[in-house]
Design a protein around this ligand. Structure first.
Ligand SMILES: Nc1nc2c(c(=O)[nH]1)N[C@H]1C(S)=C(S)[C@@H](COP(=O)(O)O)O[C@H]1N2
Ligand SMILES: [Mo]
Length: 200
C-alpha cells in the first residue's frame, strides 16, 4: 500500500493525520456505483421528514453567502489528503432557511444515484461543514460529487455525500448505505470509528 502515492506522515503533518491513515498527494475518487451527471439547471435539493418540507434550486444556494474553506479529508480505506480547498455554502446558513421540528435529532443524507449516509443533527450543524460546489478553484468535477456535495471534515469522508440532493430529518438513528454494510454509525477518524462492532 505504501509507495509512490501513499506516504507515512512526518513532522508537523503527523499531528494532523489520524491513526492508521496514510497521506496521498492526489485525490482518489471513491464511488460506489455509477457517477450521476446532473446539471445545475436540473439540480434540486429537498428537505423532508420531521420539519417543513421544502425544495431548493441551484439559485437558492448561490444566493447564500459563499465561503472558501480548507479542510483535511480522511477516507476509511486509510488515505488522507490534507488542505483540500473548497468553496461553498455553510450548512449553518442553509439551516436558517428551513424549519426543523425539535424532535429531530438524526438526519439521513440523500443523493442522486441513491447513496445515503446517516449523521446526527449535532454533527451536521457545525460551522465547519459545507455544501461545496468548487474544488481548488474549479467547478466540482462530477466524479468528486459535482455539482454539489457535502463536506463534513471531522468525520470519515463517507459522511461527505457526493451529489447530495436532500436531507431527511428523523427522531431516531437510521442507518445509511455503508452503515448498513458494517461501517460505524458515526465514523470519527481520531477514535478510529471505522466499522461497527457487530457484523464484521
Ligand atoms: N453519493 C456518494 N457519496 C459518497 C460516496 C459514494 O459512493 N456516493 N463515497 C464516499 C466515500 S467512501 C468517500 S471516501 C468520499 C470520496 O470522495 P471523493 O471521491 O471525492 O474522493 O465520498 C463519499 N461520498
Ligand atoms: Mo471512503
Amino acid at each position: 500500500m505504501l509507495g509512490k502515492f501513499f506516504q507515512k506522515p512526518e513532522g508537523e503533518q503527523s499531528d494532523r493525520v489520524p491513526p492508521g491513515q496514510y497521506l496521498t498527494k492526489g485525490f482518489p475518487v471513491l464511488t460506489y456505483g455509477e457517477t450521476p451527471r446532473i446539471s445545475t439547471e436540473e439540480w434540486q435539493f429537498r428537505v423532508w421528514g420531521l420539519g417543513k418540507p421544502a425544495t431548493f434550486t441551484w439559485e437558492d444556494f448561490m444566493a447564500l453567502p459563499q465561503f472558501d474553506f480548507t479542510a483535511d479529508f480522511h477516507c476509511v480505506t486509510r488515505w488522507s489528503k490534507l488542505d483540500v480547498k473548497w468553496t461553498g455554502v455553510k450548512v449553518t446558513d442553509f439551516m436558517r432557511l428551513i424549519e426543523v421540528d425539535p424532535q429531530a435529532v438524526h438526519v439521513m443524507e440523500h443523493c442522486y444515484g441513491g447513496y445515503t449516509t446517516n449523521i446526527s443533527l449535532s454533527d451536521l450543524t457545525l460551522e465547519e461543514n459545507f455544501f461545496a460546489h468548487t474544488l481548488f478553484g474549479e467547478p466540482l468535477p462530477a466524479e468528486h460529487g459535482g455539482p454539489m456535495r457535502l463536506v463534513v471534515p471531522h468525520l470519515y469522508a463517507w459522511k461527505s455525500a457526493k451529489w447530495i440532493n436532500g436531507l431527511e430529518f428523523l427522531d431516531n438513528e437510521e442507518l445509511g448505505f455503508w452503515e448498513r454494510n458494517g461501517y460505524h454509525r458515526r465514523g470519527e477518524p481520531w477514535a478510529e470509528e471505522r466499522y461497527s462492532s457487530f457484523g464484521f
